[in-house]
Design a binder for this molecule. Structure first.
Ligand code: GUN
Length: 309
């Protein structure tokens, strides 16, 4: 039987519907809607698309968004000055600095910028304070993608407690916080990476497999136990024809899209995994919408805390 496809767009909508009364309550108590500041530096096309989606969703949800754009030539100091202004603003509840920052800013720039964000406004959950709070299971802001995956599993009736979970990828933004959130929900967690020996064998032990490596169609049926739940965090733009054929051979409609446009977005999980998995998330329309929904949830929470202070 083919896998159940988990509808991330529908779950994201449910989460946003649940936020509506809380947004109304913030509006009443603060005499303004929750405020989100988005800082976008440079002209990375993917970042512009992500930011546009976040901005639109926040505005549609009734929040006020301040978009701070800086040119690709901006310095680290100029970016930090924008963050400081957002930290000091009484109208801003949440701050998001879209990554990646321009490479000219230096390899450590993103970390320095995340370090500067007021932890009470760190709705992306990337600051070291937020990471530490997550590690110790203290209240704080968890990064939106892994938090959204937990929400997605809960709302889909998928048990986490006692499950054997394997996370492929160890980034600060997804892999590591994902492992921590699953551990806090009493899963038994393994984190795999590029040096893991016999990765398919380890992945096949998973009841719950999270793929967050950024490699198109990397996870195949050889990585998946029959009936496992497979969560695909990947969002890879494929432009190579042979690669598109390898991944989309059983998806003629999407392959035709590639032929028309010369590129297509695919996840880290090969679509044929649907024949082995019990449930899986699609790309697009799976984890992506959840990330945005959790950004909204974190921003409402930040505003709520401000209103209660
Ligand atoms: N770049 C890719 N994903 C994200 C995200 O969730 N937040 C930010 N700030 N930058 C990103």
């Amino acid at each position: 039987m083919p896998a159940r496809i988990i509808d991330g767009r529908a779950i994201s909508q449910q989460i946003r519907d649940d936020l509506a009364p809380r947004i109304a309550s913030v509006r009443e108590r603060l005499d303004r809607p929750p405020g989100l500041a988005i800082v976008l530096v440079g002209d990375d096309p993917a970042s512009h698309v992500y930011v546009r989606n976040k901005l639109k969703t926040a505005e549609d949800s009734g929040m006020v968004v301040t978009l701070e754009t800086l040119p690709g030539s901006a310095t680290l100091e100029e970016t930090l000055a924008v963050v400081e202004r957002c930290n000091a603003s009484g109208d801003v509840d949440g701050i998001l600095v879209q990554s990646p920052l321009p490479t000219a800013m230096g390899s450590n720039a993103a970390q320095q910028v995340f370090d500067a964000i007021d932890p009470g406004k760190d709705v992306d959950g990337f600051s070291p304070i937020s990471a530490g709070h997550l590690m110790q299971r203290r209240p704080g802001f968890a990064p939106c993608t892994p938090a959204g995956i937990i929400e997605m599993l809960d709302r889909s009736g998928i048990a986490i407690e006692g499950a054997r979970a394997v996370v492929i990828g160890r980034s600060d933004i997804v892999g590591k916080p994902m492992a921590m959130l699953l551990l806090h929900r009493n899963a038994t967690v393994t984190v795999c990476h590029s040096r893991t020996r016999d990765l398919p064998r380890v992945a096949r032990e998973a009841d719950l497999l999270v793929a967050a490596i950024g490699r198109a169609g990397f996870v195949t049926q050889a990585h998946v136990k029959s009936g496992a739940v497979v969560i695909d965090v990947g969002m890879n733009r494929v432009t190579d024809a042979a690669e598109a054929r390898r991944i989309l051979a059983s998806q003629p409609k999407r392959h035709a899209l590639f032929e028309r446009r010369g590129s297509v977005l695919v996840g880290d999980v090969h679509p044929d995994v649907a024949e082995t998995a019990g449930a899986m998330t699609p790309v697009p329309g799976g984890v992506g919408p959840l990330t945005i929904a959790m950004l909204m949830a974190n921003t409402v929470r930040a505003a709520d805390l401000r209103a209660a202070a």
